[in-house]
Ligand binder design. Structure first.
Ligand SMILES: [Cu+2]
Length: 119
């Protein structure tokens, strides 16, 4: 049994990132939190689906030392948020009624977006 379970776990761990993830921490009086990792490939996931007109938290965690994405700039937010390695940085924003909010590394090479769905 163990012989079969272990490879399956490895496979699951390595599967490509989903286009969207449900918030890890449900809204319990607070804004839902969406985790975004910074890996060698850039932001993962690159697309985060959120409800419209809602305060949400993006929690960025840089997991690699050598990346250009050591900071994130979120559209509409004048602050450039530095991303120290392995330290989750929360960026709060209010989603628009529709459309998307882009974010990118400091040099605009790696990009992602918060995309409003549903309503
Ligand atoms: Cu960059």
């Amino acid at each position: 049994m163990i012989r079969w379970t272990l490879p399956l776990l490895v496979l699951l761990a390595c599967k490509p990132s989903q286009p969207s993830q449900p918030p890890r921490r449900p809204a319990s009086g607070g804004a839902p939190v969406y985790d975004v990792s910074v890996t060698a490939k850039g932001f993962e996931p690159v697309r985060i689906e959120v409800p419209p007109d809602r305060e949400v938290v993006l929690r960025f965690t840089r997991k690699v030392a050598d990346t250009c994405a050591d900071a994130v700039v979120v559209q509409g937010d004048p602050v450039k948020h530095m991303l120290p390695q392995d330290k989750p940085i929360e960026v709060r924003l209010t989603s628009p009624r529709s459309g998307q909010v882009r974010f990118a590394c400091g040099m605009d090479m790696y990009r992602g977006a918060v995309v409003v769905t549903g309503g």
